[in-house]
Design a protein around this ligand. Sequence first.
Ligand SMILES: *Cc1c(COP(=O)(O)O)cnc(C)c1O
Length: 382
Amino acid sequence: MAFSSSGANVPPGEAGGILTIDLGAITVNWRDLAGRAASAECGAVIKADAYGCGIEPVARALTAAGCRTFFVAHLVEARRARAAAPDAAIYVLNGLLPGSAPTYAECGLQPVLGSLDEIAEWQAFKTNGWSGGAALHIDTGMNRLGLRPRDAVALAKRNDLKEVGLNLLMSHFACADEPAHPLNAKQMGDFKEIAALYPDLRASLANSSGVFLDPDAHFDLMRPGVALYGANPTPGHANPMRPVVKLEGCVIQVRSVSPQETVGYGATWTARQTARIAVVSIGYADGFLRAAGGSDVRGGAEAIVAGHRCPIAGRVSMDLIAVDVTAVPDGAVKRGSLVAFLDETITVDDLAAHAGTIGYEILTSLGRRYHRIYKDGVESAS
Ligand SMILES: *Cc1c(COP(=O)(O)O)cnc(C)c1O
C-alpha cells in the first residue's frame, strides 16, 4: 500500500469514496502553461497541499517534467516540498514569521519578504552569515501583502540593499480572471516601473489567469497554481486545461421513495413521482460543500451514475449524499456502485458554481477520508 500526501492512504474497501489524481494531466497542464510564454520560466504554486492534490506527488511529477521553482504559502509546506524536490528553488509566499529565519537556512528555503519589518529581520539574519536568497513582494493594488510602491522606490536606493540578498521581485494580480478590468493594466504598468529600479532581480507577476492575460504579464517567471489542477483560468471561455481530479462516491443503498415523500434534513426535496434514490457514502465532512445540495426550489450539483447525469436530492449531510437516480435503468446502479461527482464531464468549476464558490475552494476542500489513487506518476495507490 502506498501512502497519500498526508499520512496513510485509506484502504479502498474502507473509504466512502475514491479520489483519483491524474499527475500526467498536471504535467501536461504545466507544459501547456510553460509553452504560452516566449521566454519566461514556468514555476508552480503547490501551496495548500498542492490545491488538495498532494504536495509530494505533485512536486515530484513536476520536477520530473522540468519544473525548477515552487511556491508554497507556509514554512510547513516548504519543508514537505523540499523533501520531495531537493534541488528546486522554493519560495514561501507568506513570508518571514518572527524568528523563523533559521528554518529557512536549515532547509534551503527562500522567504517572500512583504514588509520593511520582514526585510530588517532577514537582513540581520543574513549579516550573521547565511547566504541564501529571498524574494521581494511589491503591492501594486491587492493591498494584502507587499511593499507600497513608494517604499520599494526608497529601498532600491539604499546602499545596504545587497545585504538583503534579493533575487526575485514579485507582485500579484487582483483581477487577472477579468481581462477587461482596468486594474490589470495599472498593475502591469506599476510593476514594470518598479522592476526597472531593480535590474538585477528576476521579475514575476502572473498567476494562472495572468498567463493568459497579456504577454506583458509574463516577465521572467510565471506562478500558475489553480490551472495546473484543471480549473479554468479563462472564465467565460472554453477551459484550455486538462481535468485532473476524479471524485467518486460509493453507493450504500438504493431506495424507492413515494410521491410527496421528502428526502434528507429539512425535508427540502420532495418526490414528484415514485423516485429511486441512491445514498452515497460521502458528505460535507469530506469537503463536499453543503451548499451544493438541491431542493424543490433550487437545483444542486449532479453526479454521473452509470452514464446518466443525476441531480442531488436534498441537503448534503455530513457523511451522506442522496442522488435521484430515477432516470437510471433499474439494476444499473446498486449497493457498491461508484458514482462520480467530478470527472471529465463535471469539472471543479461546475461543482463550484452549484455551491456558489470557485474551483479553488472545491480543490482545497478535497477530503482526507477518500482512498487516493495517483495516476501516471511516481506514486500509485496499489
Ligand atoms: C496562490 C498564488 C498564486 C497562484 O494563483 P492561481 O490563481 O492559483 O494561479 C500566485 N501568486 C501568489 C502570490 C499566490 O498567492
